[in-house]
Design a protein around this ligand. Structure first.
Ligand code: C5P
Length: 218
């Protein structure tokens, strides 16, 4: 039996995480936040002071990381037994994640970890290449985006709510830089799958986006 998968790809800050988590909850399906895998690797590399130009060492760390995920109200992630949830959302973590995510060997090593999430009764997977590379046979695919200004403003509010100091123009620059890196890399760049539903959430509420996504499944 083919296990159903719904993929939600798009640039950072488009609301993929919130939408995917709530859709997974509604459907009673598992949830894969693939960005958190690249972010966890970034944290491991920063913790171990690995030189980000040392590809061989980066791949070694990627091969050895042990990750545990708990999907409660928010996603809790443990890296080699340590709860790293608080560091996951930092912009600096996202930036290092996008640098190492461009390395083909890193992506190859982390591929199976992502595929393993495909379990009954189904999976909602969010990321950049869920519908194109990791689950190309997914029955339902969404490409969720929003304008860079909207995405930066959302990220800014999220950080502020968490009590993290943030600067809107810096976040906008970082988001644009990260988009560029994710879209222009040679391996698994962020592109819309040809069979994906395109949703621009710039002027939509989260509820409206969720309804549109659920409409695809039912
Ligand atoms: O989605 P999130 O912002 O958490 O992802 C952090 C970074 O990890 C992205 O900027 C991207 O470079 C990388 N990533 C990726 N492929 C995925 C998910 C995330 O390359 N499927």
């Amino acid at each position: 039996m083919t296990i159903p998968v719904l993929t939600i790809d798009g640039p950072s800050g488009a609301g993929k995480g919130t939408v995917s988590r709530l859709v997974a909850k509604k459907l009673g399906w598992h949830y894969l936040d693939s960005g958190s895998i690249y972010r966890s690797l970034a944290i491991a590399l920063l913790q171990q002071s690995v030189d980000l130009n040392d590809e061989e060492e980066i791949v070694k760390v990627a091969q050895n990381i042990v990750l545990e995920f708990e999907c409660a109200d928010e996603l809790i992630v443990k890296l080699n037994g340590e709860n790293i949830t608080a560091q996951l959302g930092l912009e600096s973590t996202g930036t290092v994640a996008s640098v190492v995510a461009a390395l083909p060997e890193v992506r190859r090593v982390l591929l199976q970890k992502q595929k393993d999430f495909r379990q009954l009764p189904g999976l909602v997977a969010d990321g950049r290449d869920m519908g194109t590379v990791v689950f190309p046979d997914a029955q339902n695919k969404v490409y969720l985006t929003a304008s860079a200004v909207q995405r930066a403003t959302r990220r800014y509010k999220q950080l502020k709510e968490k009590g993290i100091d943030a600067n809107l123009s810096l976040i906008t620059d970082e988001i644009e830089e990260r988009d560029r890196r994710d879209m222009e890399r040679e391996t698994a760049p962020l592109v819309m799958a040809s069979d994906a539903l395109y949703i621009d959430s710039s002027d939509m509420s989260i509820t409206a986006v969720i309804e549109e996504v659920l409409g695809l499944i039912h």
